[in-house]
Design a protein around this ligand. Structure first.
Ligand code: ZN
Length: 481
């Protein structure tokens, strides 16, 4: 009896690039054992060294979280779908209870007429929108459709937190910004675009990173927070600040062709920590820069977030509180998982142990002293020194651990062994050769150097700053991506 195990995009490289694997077994545990026996590399992604499932990996049987069934002993039968859902990166009362007596002007009546004639919105709903204050974290891929639609819908005040500049690589998906905005601050560009769509919206920009020091002060003034971030420290920070301040947190995340959306509001349902108590270790889940993203995808997920935000404001419909929507663009399929509040949640559970904001970089294992000290002996070479080494004709092996798609854009002629294939293909390299490893920016290659040194390679060096630094320092004619 075959059971389908659905593998998320982020983990497919470790499962023969398959989306669905058909396996036989009587329990979830049996299926996972067979899966990891078949695909050895998947094991270290799914399990800790002590054999327990990693806590950023959730497993669902059909639409139920196995933690609330019989965990690994949960029985499965023919036709069931077991889904692995890693973190990627009910009906609700209106959050705007009191509408001030600020009616609508004639211009507003005209502008919002197609809202006003909907019984579910009407004048009261539109007044609620006008009174609403929504904070967008990020003016990027998700923030773009959010900013556009929420402004167009007449949300009274939009706050936006972002400190980035518009980059050429943003334009294929971040539709708040135009080609002529490249190099400008995203906030300035967003302010202008939003004013063009609806000059009645009050725009407040926060040109800084959201941090544990400023998050509570910024979020306090808003009714709803919409999370459009692409990194785990900010995601946990937004979640924790929203729970502490009792604000709904409209969540979305995207990766390649897949997206997730939900609404976390601890008063009524689970928070992000109920779903994923801990972040994945750094480097295990690739970012959009590394993994790529189809330009339309943030449009779809961001628009779902905008719809949920408007429903919360007008107090209509069934919100995504307690539900996680999964979208697969390649299959054009939406699926839905039930989310439950974890009574043991350290933040919103019965006996919370987190009562203030923490150091999220450290919590996510990023940038702290631990990471820097992880490999103090790693040898590095600058692009200029590497160029001289090549010019001198020194014998060494250059290994490129990026993906084939990246290699096709530009390369240094090195041997292509993607990081995910390195363990199986290590035999192609000689342990005593001098080897220089590179990737795009130097992060993946540092992991490769550490791994190879562990495996007994004696002379492995990392190219500092990767092929991007090479393009900057040595060959400005090389295309950058
Ligand atoms: Zn919680």
């Amino acid at each position: 009896m075959a059971i389908t195990v659905s593998i998320p995009t982020a983990l497919r490289p470790y499962a023969g690039n398959q989306g669905d694997v058909e396996l036989e077994g009587a329990t979830v545990g049996e299926l996972l054992t067979k899966l990891t026996d078949q695909y050895g590399e998947l094991k270290r992604h799914l399990y800790k060294e002590n054999g327990a499932l990693r806590s950023f990996v959730n497993v669902y049987v059909n639409d139920d979280d196995m933690r609330y069934l019989d965990k690994e002993d949960t029985p499965v039968k023919e036709g069931d779908v077991v889904s692995i859902v890693p973190s990627v990166a009910g009906g609700a009362p209106a959050v705007i209870d009191e509408v001030q007596a600020n009616g609508l002007t004639n211009d507003e009546v005209q502008r919002y007429s197609r809202h006003l004639i909907l019984p579910e919105v009407g004048v009261v709903g539109q007044q609620r929108l006008k009174a609403a204050k929504v904070l967008l974290i990020g003016a990027g891929g998700l923030g773009s459709p959010l900013g556009l639609y929420l402004a167009a819908a007449g949300v009274g005040k939009l706050g936006v937190v972002d400190f980035d500049l518009v980059d050429f690589t943003n334009l294929h998906r971040q539709i708040l910004h135009s080609t002529s905005d490249v190099g400008r601050s995203k906030l300035d560009s967003a302010r202008e675009t939003i004013a063009g769509i609806n000059p009645g919206v009050e725009f407040e920009g926060y040109e800084s990173m959201l941090t544990s020091d400023n998050a509570l002060d910024i979020i306090r003034d808003y009714d709803i927070v919409v999370d459009g971030t692409d990194n785990f420290p900010t995601r946990y920070l937004v979640n924790d600040a929203c729970v502490l301040l009792d604000k709904p947190n409209v969540y979305g995340s995207i990766f390649r062709f897949e997206g997730q959306a939900s609404v976390f509001h601890a008063k009524q349902g689970p928070c992000y920590r109920c779903l994923y108590p801990e972040p994945p270790p750094p480097g295990l889940v690739p970012s959009c820069a590394e993994g790529g993203v189809l330009g339309v995808l943030p449009g779809i997920i961001g628009t779902i977030q905008a719809m949920e935000t408007i429903k919360l404001i007008i107090g209509r419909g069934d919100s995504l509180v307690g539900r996680l929507v999964l979208f697969d663009a390649m299959k054009m399929k939406f699926r839905e998982m039930k989310l439950r509040k974890d009574p043991e949640c350290p933040l919103c559970g019965e006996n919370p142990t987190i009562t203030g904001l923490i150091d999220y970089e450290q919590f996510c294992g990023i940038g702290g002293p631990a990471e820097e000290e992880a490999n103090p002996d790693m040898k590095e070479i600058t692009p200029t020194d590497l160029k001289q080494k090549l010019d001198r004709g020194e014998p060494f092996v250059l290994v490129d651990v990026r993906n084939p798609e990246e290699y096709e854009i530009c390369n240094l002629g090195g041997t292509l062994i993607p990081l995910s294939e390195l363990p199986e293909r290590l035999g192609e390299l000689n342990k005593d050769d001098e080897i220089v490893v590179h990737c795009k920016l130097g992060g993946r290659s540092a992991n490769a150097v550490a791994y190879m040194s562990d495996q007994g390679f004696t002379n492995v060096t990392n190219l500092e700053g990767g092929i991007s630094a090479w393009a900057d320092e040595v060959d400005p004619s090389m295309p950058q991506y």
